[in-house]
Design a protein around this ligand. Structure first.
Ligand SMILES: Nc1nc2c(ncn2[C@@H]2O[C@H](COP(=O)(O)OP(=O)(O)O)[C@@H](O)[C@H]2O)c(=O)[nH]1
Ligand SMILES: [Mg+2]
Length: 336
């Protein structure tokens, strides 16, 4: 996908043009520069047919069928998509027969244990997709508890679990096609499914996950269907991504406004995404002391303790400015 608008560049221009104090501007821009050099590696896995490709296409407009620039040379089954600084690894889960499953498990394990050049785990986030239309969730639990979780290392927060094909969970019954959302009966069914997935994962691995249900939608067939809860899924992805890597998604999300229209209204996910991204830009290492100090120099003669507080307050202002810049960047996509 062509990034016709670069988030970091816009952010830098707008910060420079803002009324923020020079010291804060310099700090934010230095931080942006750091963020620009980062990459996110996301592993997407789940049984064949659960909707991995559809989900990647809906989220990132990756045109997975064409974008498949390279196959990981060591693991022929894992496909790699490079969208600028966003790198997606698409791997089958279990359920393809014993021999293939062993191979997939081995590949997944190796990918999860891989380290980047700084010695940190290469994979920032694992998205496990479950097929909501399937009654048999056994192989998915096996994948999670025997393959994914044991190889996550210390950081168990790297796993996200999402149940796709919410529209087909009751064989298509209970889906309000006109408004593209579940009717109350299906909604209850899906909520129970989420709860049972959460409980089963907790019981077998001890790990707390917050599964969500969604629909990646489809374009094939006679009647295309828009995604449902895709903004919620993106919010979770951004939220669980390390803070210094969250801005990367801004350049890659699907710019087709229709993708982001239908969500449950449990939370304002768009606003949550902006908050998380603004936090990433405005949160600088050791910000309190350093900004306090430079602002102190600007103001002059204020005792240290008070300077710290002034620093904090001004940073609060920086957060607001950064968030409004992010908001204008996302304006065309999220429709405001
Ligand atoms: N009804 C419905 N079909 C879906 C959804 N997501 C994917 N599909 C369909 O499921 C099939 C398999 O999807 P695909 O993305 O290729 O799965 P993958 O093998 O995991 O990559 C395709 O025909 C998709 O159109 C969904 O949310 N709802
Ligand atoms: Mg696929």
């Amino acid at each position: 996908m062509q990034n016709n608008q670069n988030f970091a560049e816009k952010m830098q221009r707008d910060i420079e043009a803002s009324g923020l104090p020079e010291a804060i501007k310099r700090k934010l821009i230095a931080n942006l520069l750091l963020l620009k050099g980062k990459k996110v590696n996301m592993l997407v896995t789940g049984a064949t047919g659960c909707g991995k490709s559809s989900t990647i296409n809906a989220l990132f407009d990756a045109d997975v069928s064409k974008v498949g620039v390279g196959v990981d040379p060591e693991t022929m089954d894992i496909e790699k998509y490079e969208l600028g600084n966003l790198i997606l690894w698409d791997s089958p889960g279990l359920g393809d027969g014993k021999e293939a499953d062993n191979r997939h498990a081995k590949n997944l394990k190796a990918k999860l244990l891989e380290r980047d050049s700084e010695g940190n785990p290469l994979i920032d986030l694992v998205l496990v997709i479950l097929d909501g239309s399937s009654r048999d969730m056994g192989t998915s639990f096996e994948l999670i508890s025997n393959v994914i979780v044991p190889n996550l290392g210390e950081d168990k927060c790297r796993i996200l679990v999402a149940i796709n094909q919410a529209d087909m969970a009751m064989k298509g019954r209970g889906w309000d096609r006109e408004n593209n959302k579940p009717e109350p009966e299906l909604e209850r069914f899906l909520e129970e499914k989420v709860e049972s997935v959460r409980r089963r994962i907790k019981e077998s691995t001890g790990v707390d996950v917050e599964p969500i249900y969604y629909s990646a939608g489809y374009k094939d067939g006679d009647k295309p269907q828009r995604p449902y809860n895709l903004t919620k899924l993106l919010y979770q992805i951004v939220h669980y991504t390390p803070k210094d890597k969250r801005t990367i998604y801004a350049n890659n999300i699907n710019r087709d406004r229709e993708m982001w229209e239908d969500d449950d209204d449990l939370k304002d996910y768009r606003d949550g995404i902006l908050d998380d991204i603004a936090e990433s830009v405005s949160e600088c290492a050791n910000v309190g002391a350093e900004i306090g100090e430079s602002v102190g120099r600007v103001i002059g003669g204020v005792p240290g303790r008070v300077i710290g507080r002034i620093g904090g307050k001004i940073l609060g202002g920086a957060f607001g400015v950064v968030k409004s810049i992010a908001k204008s960047f996302f304006g065309g996509i999220f429709g405001w």
